[in-house]
Write a protein that binds this ligand. Structure first.
Ligand SMILES: Cc1ncc(COP(=O)(O)O)c(C=O)c1O
Length: 289
């Protein structure tokens, strides 16, 4: 007797017969369920927030359409992803461009498509972006990626927020960078960004990071820079094996928002818009081969 294996209520044997193998099956329902959990968690906390889906996890026209429909924003790291978003008629003001080595062409594309924001990784890139924007008579909104010096309890290869990480500006150099940015007329720095790693199950490293970043925002405010946005990156873990624990988004957002509100009140800082960038959590459980 033939057993039918269901994935997201679809008969996988019938799908394989119809489309052939190897076959990659991605469930729109599961993607929507995963994103809905994050949206509901923020809504429950009455937070000002944004979700930037990390397109590096999986991006095509259909994926752009799903997140567009759900009001989720998009983080891209290449000209190819920018082009995909553009071709999907994704609202480009909801796109932000990441990457530790953006090319001149990618920056020009970002300006041409009038995207919402660039996450800047280094002083060199800040100057480059400013120069290209000046040529195009454009002012770009920017967030500065910071390496906050927090070690997430995940595999060392996917830790990205350590002090010696190649990603972002080391914590101690951020104020100097902002000082330097004063002369750059074609960029408008609106926030800070960090991403401490991937496949994180424990909330604690995120909460410690939030505290580090808020204190930095406070210092920058004292230096005359009022920032409105704090992007804490992605990294929400998913079960890899049958009995693995899952990241509890609802609990995380609850703890995060209460931590952010408490610290902001202690240090007298306006509560910033909180942004998260879940890639793996959004699609990692939504596909099979
Ligand atoms: C800057 C940034 N944001 C978000 C993500 C998404 O991470 P994850 O898929 O673990 O949520 C990554 C992954 O490398 C990243 O580098």
């Amino acid at each position: 007797m033939m057993t039918n294996y269901l994935f997201s209520n679809h008969d996988t044997v019938a799908l394989a017969e119809k489309y052939g193998t190897p076959l990659y099956v991605i469930s729109e329902d599961i993607i929507r369920e995963n994103l809905t959990k994050i949206i509901n968690a923020f809504t429950k906390q009455n937070a000002t927030y944004d979700i930037n889906y990390a397109g590096k996890a999986f991006l095509n026209l259909a994926m752009c359409n799903i997140i567009k429909d759900m009001g989720v924003s998009l983080d891209v790291v290449s000209g190819g992803e920018l082009y995909t978003a553009y071709m999907a008629s994704f609202p480009m003001e909801r796109v932000c461009l990441h990457g530790s080595n953006k090319t001149v062409e990618e920056i020009k594309m970002a300006i041409e498509y009038n995207i919402g924001k660039v996450i800047v990784d280094s002083k060199y890139e800040l100057e480059l972006l400013n120069a290209i924007c000046e040529e195009h008579n454009h002012v770009m909104r920017v967030s500065i990626r910071v390496s906050p010096g927090v070690e997430a309890h995940t595999h060392e290869f996917i830790q990205t927020g350590k002090i010696d990480s190649k990603f972002g500006i080391p914590l101690k150099q951020v104020r100097d960078l902002f000082d330097f940015s004063k002369d750059l007329k074609n960029i408008n720095i609106i926030g800070l960004h960090c991403h401490i790693g991937s496949q994180i199950i424990d909330e604690e490293p995120f909460l410690v990071t939030a505290e580090v970043m808020l204190n930095l925002m406070k210092e920058l405010k004292e230096d005359g820079f009022s920032l409105t946005e704090l992007n804490l990156g992605g990294g929400f873990g998913i079960p890899q094996m049958r009995h693995d624990a899952s990241f509890n988004v609802d609990q995380y957002i609850e703890k995060l928002m209460s931590t952010v509100r408490r610290i902001c009140s202690e240090i007298q800082l306006e509560v910033p818009k909180i942004v998260v960038e879940p890639g793996r959590y959004t699609v990692g459980t939504a596909g099979i081969v």
